[in-house]
Write a protein that binds this ligand. Structure first.
Ligand code: PLP
Length: 372
């Protein structure tokens, strides 16, 4: 079976697994403990993992806050900013093509009296910077825009969008979950971004661990927000809870490898993607159309419409040989809101499939499509 649902989750790399085992077997100490070696070893392991993650993003160590994944990071930041700045304003801007862990938080906040502007997106799912500029108001406290779309792979111009936010003095968050390991994310070069969410299991690390990156100013002060989880005060009081050391170590190793292999991995995914699209074109000709842009996107995501064919029926038929999906795993029971926001009819949405590739796959493996 060829696994082409890498946007949903990725397998854990052997190097990552090996590092994690140590902290599942012998090194079980709590990094918040003191004096004895079991605790200080774990503390050291968390520090090393944090360093690897910082290198991948070019952030400082204090700016990394461990969470359970991007869903929590998105919740932490949007709810936390909304609560902290509610007296300043109650307007938040996002887009219609966000992940549900952003959209559902916004819907929750609407019920609490916040006003949300959901920006339209273009036919590839991207936000127009002019639309953002026009939507900003005096009472806007936060803008949250996805970096790389999880269904189409389309990239938003985060540098331009966050600069607009910065010029208007509005906090900016980006959900970078799908961009990590596929394009360079240089935190130092996007000063307008105040908050970023990412997750280990999209970059060949374990599930249940992610980060929020929270911008520090020149006085080493983090942007304030209300914590989502209160308790023991870990992560500078920004996210309490005992450190999941094995997961953090796994994320650290996955980040190290993603950083070292960024160029070679993204080149391999480009190669695989162009081979896959060519095979699909040759095989299905006028019976398919591509929903992904081939330029401003992350490599490795092919969203394609099989005209006149129901995607659920096709996916079930393919399942013994090819594992793919109709879009986001987190909202798989509903027709894609992303494709609908891009202007697709419900019928067109129900004919669309996402194939998402891994850099650890080969051109030979793509040939399975020729046998369909
Ligand atoms: N944001 C995006 C863009 C995603 O693709 C996902 C995962 O599918 C998430 C957030 C949620 O991440 P996690 O599974 O780490 O909670």
């Amino acid at each position: 079976m060829l696994y082409l649902d890498n946007s949903a989750t990725t397998p854990i790399l052997p190097e990552v697994r090996e590092q994690m085992f140590t902290y599942l077997e012998n090194e079980y100490g709590n990094p918040s403990g003191k004096y004895y070696k079991l605790a200080t070893d774990s503390k050291q392991a968390v520090k090393k993992a944090r360093e690897h993650i910082c290198k991948l993003f070019n952030s400082t160590e204090n700016e990394i806050v461990f969470t359970s994944g991007s869903t929590e990071s998105n919740n932490m930041i949007i709810k936390g900013v909304a609560d902290y700045y509610a007296k300043k304003g109650k307007h938040i801007i996002t887009s219609k093509a966000e992940h549900v862990s952003v959209l559902d938080v916004c819907i929750f906040l609407e019920k609490k009296g916040f006003e949300i502007t959901y920006l339209d997106v273009d036919s590839y799912g991207r936000v127009n910077p002019n639309d953002l500029e026009l939507a900003i108001r005096d009472d806007t406290i936060l803008i949250s825009i996805i970096w790389a779309n999880n269904e189409t792979g389309s990239l938003n111009d985060i540098s331009t969008l966050s600069t607009i936010a910065q010029q208007k003095n509005v906090l900016f968050h980006t959900d970078a979950t799908q961009a990590v390991g596929k394009i360079e994310i240089n935190w130092a070069k996007i000063p307008g971004v105040g908050f970023l969410s990412a997750s280990a299991h999209k970059v060949f690390g374990p599930k249940g661990i992610g980060i929020s990156i929270i911008r520090e100013d020149e006085y080493k002060q983090s942007i304030p927000f209300t914590p989502l989880i209160h308790g023991g005060g870990q992560e500078n009081n920004m996210r309490s809870g005992t450190y999941a050391v094995h997961n953090i170590v796994g994320f650290g190793e996955a980040a190290k490898l993603a950083n070292e292999r960024l160029i070679q991995n993204s080149e391999q995914m480009k190669l695989l993607e162009s081979s896959l699209t060519q095979i699909l074109k040759n095989k299905f000709n006028d019976h398919i159309s591509f929903n992904s842009d081939d330029k401003k996107k992350i490599p490795g995501v092919v969203n394609v419409r099989f005209i006149g064919v129901n995607n659920e029926i096709l996916l079930k038929k393919l399942a013994p040989i090819i594992a793919a999906s109709s879009g986001s795993a987190c909202s798989s029971s509903k027709p894609s809101h992303v494709l609908q926001a891009m202007g697709f009819s419900l019928k067109e949405v129900r004919e669309s499939i996402r194939f998402s590739l891994s850099p650890y796959q080969s051109l030979k493996e793509m040939k399975v499509f020729e046998q369909l």
